[in-house]
Design a protein around this ligand. Structure first.
Ligand code: UT7
Length: 320
């Protein structure tokens, strides 16, 4: 018997307010043309005061549970990836647990910024296969709008808020489930993408800072490498892949990575135009969209990948 983490359902949630590039161009020295040409982003969703990382995460989790047909009480593990928790502690995962009315389960957050969902997925997969839990909610949720410097045109136009969730269940079922995951970090590159605050240093929340061009260069190389490593780990080639669900940072990174691996661009799920970069939420948001619109079907081979602050990067391949 080969126990794997099988995806039973997915869900996502976005804030109510949509902010177009034109609207941003009224606040900072930028233009719709520059943003679309350099990033592919056309709009982003921005949370209002009533919308938090935990509220978006809870909405996404509820939709994922509904899609799976599972009662919240059957969940025994919640792993939530975020770099923008509601508070320093408690873990946002425990807030989602409380919102869902789950009396007792394992619940904690994972911090790997834009790679957070891949880290959370890997941890949950290990725990499910190891017998620590049977049904898991894996969530990526962010409100990056709260840590942006709205006067820095080099970063504020790039990010948005949102949440995505999937329900995993340990099962032995027709070769379905997570087949391989690979994670990496290179802390020597902390200074390329970071927040200039935090409770144990500056006593402030701080703002996101990025050396975009350098992050871009690392992204294309690291993502191509980790995708190759993950496919090899699962005994697959690019030709076996039905869908690529990448972290949505920049349309040019998606194109360059697909090209490097010889992947058909029409197999790449793109949501960066609508959602912008939602950090840990971007992969599950894109996955849920492609499941709901019928692109990703049962039995499809799906590869997920992400790269972000740390630097961190990773990939996962699964049969849906
Ligand atoms: O999710 C985590 C991982 N993050 C990423 O993967 C992000 C990776 N990086 C990128 O996506 C790109 O590097 C950016 C979109 C951030 C920037 O694109 P770029 O083509 O690398 O532009 P650049 O930073 O080299 O800037 C080019 C020019 C500069 O002007 P000068 O110095 O050439 O006169 C910038 O000041 O574009 C200017 N610029 C802007 N102009 C209008 C930068 N931001 C803007 C803006 N509007 N919003």
């Amino acid at each position: 018997m080969t126990l794997r983490s099988v995806v039973r359902g997915s869900g996502s949630a976005l804030p109510k307010r949509v902010v177009s590039n034109a609207e941003l161009a009224e606040q900072v020295d930028t233009s719709d043309e520059w943003i679309v040409e350099r990033t592919g982003i056309r709009q982003r969703y921005i949370a209002d005061d009533s919308e938090t990382t935990s509220s978006l995460a809870t909405d996404a989790a509820r939709r994922a549970l509904e899609a799976a047909g599972f009662d919240a009480s059957s969940i025994d593990l919640i792993v939530l990836a975020t770099a923008t928790p509601d508070q320093t502690f408690p873990a946002t995962a425990t807030k989602v647990q409380a919102n869902l009315g789950i009396a007792d389960c394992i619940a904690f957050d994972v911090a790997a910024v834009c790679t957070g969902f891949l880290y959370a997925l890997t941890v949950a997969d290990s725990m499910l296969r190891g017998g620590n839990a049977k049904r898991a909610l894996v969530i990526g949720a962010e409100t990056f709008s709260r840590i942006l410097d709205w006067e820095d045109r080099g970063t504020c136009v790039l990010f948005g808020d949102g949440a995505g969730a999937i329900v995993l269940e340990a099962a032995d079922e027709d070769g379905k489930g997570i087949l391989d995951t690979r994670l990496h970090a290179a802390g020597q590159h902390n200074e390329l993408l970071y927040v200039d605050g935090g409770p144990s240093t500056t006593k402030t929340v701080g703002h996101l800072r990025m050396r975009g061009r350098e992050v871009f260069r690392h992204a294309v190389v690291n993502l191509a490498e980790v995708l190759t490593e993950t496919l090899e780990g699962a005994g697959l080639t690019a030709a076996d892949i039905d869908w690529v669900v990448p972290h949505q940072a920049n349309a040019r990174i998606l194109d360059a990575t697909a090209k490097k691996l010889g992947l058909d661009p029409s197999k790449v799920v793109v949501t960066v135009d609508k959602h912008a970069n939602t950090s840990a939420a971007s992969v599950p948001l894109a996955f849920d969209e492609a499941v709901r619109d019928g692109r990703i079907k049962p039995g499809d081979m799906v590869v997920m990948e992400a790269m972000g602050g740390g630097l961190t990067w990773g990939a996962a391949v699964l049969r849906y």
